[in-house]
Every structure is written in C-alpha cells, then in structure tokens.
Design a protein around this ligand. Structure first.
Ligand code: FAD
Length: 428
C-alpha cells in the first residue's frame, strides 16, 4: 500500500483551519493525510477578538476545540508551539511543554511532512516605540483579550464605586481600534445602576492616530461614516498624534499626553518573530514570508505560506495583500483546491484575490463599510445590510470549518440563541 502524502498545516487560525478542514474532506480520495498544528487547543476566530476583549461577543461558536474539530472533519491535530522547520529532514520541530510549576509535561517533538503550509498569523507592530511591550495591551491572541477584560471589569467596578470614569486610550484608528472603542461603549452599560438616575460616563475612550486622518488610505465616505458614529458614541479621536512612548498610566507624543488606565496598542501589523527563526525563508520588510502567485515559498517547493504570515504581491500591484481574514480565507480556499493537483505534478492556475470590501462593526452605532464591486465601484453601505454583510464573513468561516450541514445548524443555533444581540460576556 502506498503511503498517504502528509500535508502539515502550521497554525489553525482564519486560514489554516479552513485549509485543514477542506483538505481533510478530500484526504481519502486524494491519498492525503492532513495534520493541523496549533500552540493552543481551541480555535478562536480572530476578527472577533475585540469583542472577546470588550465582553460583547454574541456568537456561541466563536471558540471551538481543535480536538473536536479534528475528529469531526477527519484531520489529525497536534498541539504544540512551532519552533523550526528542518527542510532537509522535512520535519517541523514543536517545543517541549512545561507546566506552570516548571514540571516537564512533554518533550520536544518532530512532525514529518511531505508538504507544509505555514499559516501562523501575524502580530501588532510596535515600531520600536518605547514602553509598548510593558505598558500596553496588544490584541493578538485570546490571552490578550482575557487580560484586557479582567482589567477592564475591575476598572469599571472602581468607576461605578468612586464616580471617577475609567480612561482607555487606543493607539491606532484602524478597524481593530475603532471596533474595540465602539464595543467598549456597549460594555459600559453593564455597569450602570439601572435603578438610579441616568449615570454620568463611567468610561472615557480616546483613539490616537499618528496620521492626519483616521483609517489612513481608506475611502473618504467610509472615514466620514466612522467618524460620525464614533462622535455619536462619545469616543474622542485625535489625529496627528505620533506616539513617542507609552508610560505606565500615560501615553505621550510631541503634541501632548493622555492619561490612561489601560492603553491598547492597535497600530500596524508585522510577521511573528518565529518566522525569522523557522527556516531560511526570504522575508519582506514586515517580517512576513515571501510567496509566489501559487503561495509557494521561493526557497522550497514543498513549503507554502498563507494569511498574515505570507507576503504576496500580485502582478500589477505595488504592495502585498493586506493582513485580513478575507485574504487568509481566499488563500486557504485556493490551496485546498490546487494542492492535491500540485502534489500530483499538474500545472495549476495562480491565486487571484477578489476584494469583497471592508466592513467595520461599531456595536450599537451599527456597521459601515464598502462593498467590493471591483476596484473603482466600491459602494458605501451601512445599516442592517452592512451588519448582515459583516456577519457573512464569519458565517462563511463557520461553513468552511464545520461543513455545510453542521455550519448551517450552527448558524441557526446562533440566530435563536438567547445570548444573541446585545448580551455581554464579561467572563473567560
Ligand atoms: C481585533 C481584530 C479584528 C479584526 N477584524 C477583521 C475583519 O473584520 N475582517 C478581516 O478580514 N480581518 C480582520 N482582522 C484580521 C484577521 O483576524 C487576520 O488577518 C486573520 O485572522 C489572519 O488569519 P491567519 O490564518 O493568517 O492567522 P490567525 O487567524 O492569526 O491564526 C494563526 C494561528 O497560528 C497559531 N500560532 C501562532 N504562532 C504559533 C506557533 N509558534 N506555533 C503553533 N501555532 C501558532 C495561533 O494560535 C493561531 O491559531 C482582525 C484582526 C483583529 C486582531
């Protein structure tokens, strides 16, 4: 009997999990054995991370066990932190696991591959700004969202008891910063004393942006729509604030300083430091692995990369594709389609990106965005339609990960869930 071709997907995020699920569905027929590796035991869809942080997450399905999914979809799951790829031996090294008390729980392991896909995601870049690492929270993983929420809840309790509003400063006016601000305004309501008089503000929120306008590079209609809604939510926005340092309790720039009980750093993105140690990959200026139009690394035909870990500049474009779930998902769908043929040595079409637009969910102030209808025809949308379009991205992810039947049931369950709507989740 011939041995199955081993595909190892590193990272079970927006792109990696969709890829592993789709490939596993074809594994038997195509003679593939699919293994997914992730450092944590459950998948959390990152575009909703700010909602986990604010406690406003409404979907019951935003976090799901990899072990359960592996059994359900037919791939193997290996939990461990990826340290290195040995290209000559075709193995991936996973770090040893140590318990909280220092006890060794599992030795370092090697996972063998015939084809490997790097889908380890990215991180928020601090551009070397002093104090960010020690004094600001960056929303890169669930642990960050949990740390934020714990501090946020105690600050809000303190604000209610003392009448002194908590101060949250968010650096960066991209989707993460603006969405977080809006969802924090929703979360604030949980701390109002409903029996009493309408309360004073318990929470002051400020967004600081280094550029002259919010969401630099975005369409003007989108920027105006967001500014209008942030103003309605009583979120202060300061542009032209290039941050020089983040101190404990204060954010500083040449133009001024802002007191902060919590500082969230949500400006820019880069590749994970591990990508530079993984193998001798060529990285772009942001530390992401350069890939060609087939998502193949330029040093090894057996290794591919996708999503935030990859840097792909399409023909005719000046810049690489942005680090979004939309890109990661389309790249995963592409690889799921072409990898079996590529492995058989057949020539496949290159990857093409279809921009479906940009949507920003602002809690009770609604959703605004641009619906992609081709590069020059983007349409500005808001209201129910925009909210439905925003939710559609996650619905699509649920489908890809759970399959059509379970995906549909999950979506229905979400729709009838008592936790739907403005419910708050202020626990882990
Ligand atoms: C708050 C927030 C809001 C966002 N909103 C949107 C949005 O509305 N629309 C949109 O398109 N995009 C959005 N994004 C961006 C989007 O989440 C990312 O672009 C997308 O998740 C990238 O997918 P990925 O598969 O490349 O990586 P990720 O989804 O980040 O997954 C990476 C996986 O790799 C694992 N991993 C990392 N390092 C290791 C290691 N050393 N060993 C083992 N496993 C490892 C992680 O645990 C994770 O499971 C948002 C991001 C944030 C933070």
């Amino acid at each position: 009997m011939t041995q199955a071709h081993r595909i190892v997907v590193l990272g079970g995020g927006s792109g990696g999990l969709e890829l592993a699920s789709a490939l596993a569905g074809r594994a038997g027929r195509a003679g593939l054995a699919v293994t997914l590796v992730d450092r944590v035991g459950s998948h959390l869809w990152k575009p909703r991370l700010h909602e986990f942080a604010a406690g406003t997450v409404t979907s019951t399905l935003s976090e799901i066990s990899f072990y359960m999914l592996a059994d359900m979809r037919g791939f193997r799951f290996e939990q461990g932190c990826v340290e290195a790829i040995d290209r000559s031996r075709r193995t991936v090294r996973l770090a040893s696991i140590t318990g909280a008390d220092g006890e060794s729980l599992a030795d370092a392991r090697d996972v063998a591959y015939d084809t490997c896909v790097v889908a380890l995601g990215g991180q928020t870049a601090d551009f070397g700004t002093p104090g960010v690492a020690g004094n600001a929270i960056r929303l890169d993983a669930k642990a960050d969202a949990d740390a934020f929420r714990e501090r946020f809840v105690s600050l809000m309790i303190h604000a209610r008891e003392t009448g002194r509003a908590a101060k949250i400063v968010i650096v960066g006016s991209g989707a993460t910063g603006t969405e977080l601000a809006a969802h924090l305004r929703v979360a604030e309501r949980a701390f109002f004393d409903r029996a009493g008089e309408p309360p004073d503000r318990l929470l002051e929120i400020t967004i600081l942006e280094a550029a002259a306008e919010i969401m630099p590079g975005s369409d003007e209609a989108l920027r105006e729509g967001i500014l209008e809604r942030l103003s309605a939510l009583d979120v202060a926005v300061v542009t032209g604030a290039k941050i020089s340092s983040v101190e404990r309790g204060e954010v500083r720039s040449a133009a001024g300083h802002w007191p902060a009980d919590i500082t969230v750093w949500a400006a820019g993105s880069s590749g994970l430091p591990v990508l530079a140690r993984l193998a001798d990959f060529n990285l772009d200026a942001k530390g992401r692995i350069r890939v060609d139009e087939h998502l193949r690394t330029d040093i090894d035909e057996r290794i591919f990369a996708l999503g935030d870990a990859a840097s792909l500049t399409l023909p005719g474009e000046e810049r690489p594709l942005p680090p979004t779930a939309q890109v990661a998902s389309q790249e995963a769908a592409y690889l799921a389609g072409v990898l079996p043929e590529t492995i058989e040595g057949r020539v496949v079409l290159p990857f093409r990106f279809k921009d479906k637009g940009k949507l920003v969910s602002l809690g009770r102030a609604g959703t605004v965005g641009l619906l992609g209808l081709g590069r020059r025809n983007d349409v500005f949308i808001d209201g129910q339609f925009a909210t439905a379009a925003y939710n559609a991205l996650q619905r699509q992810h649920q489908w890809a990960v759970l399959g059509p039947l379970r995906g549909s049931l999950a979506i229905f369950a979400d729709m009838v869930s008592p936790a739907r709507g403005p419910a708050l989740k202020l626990h882990g």
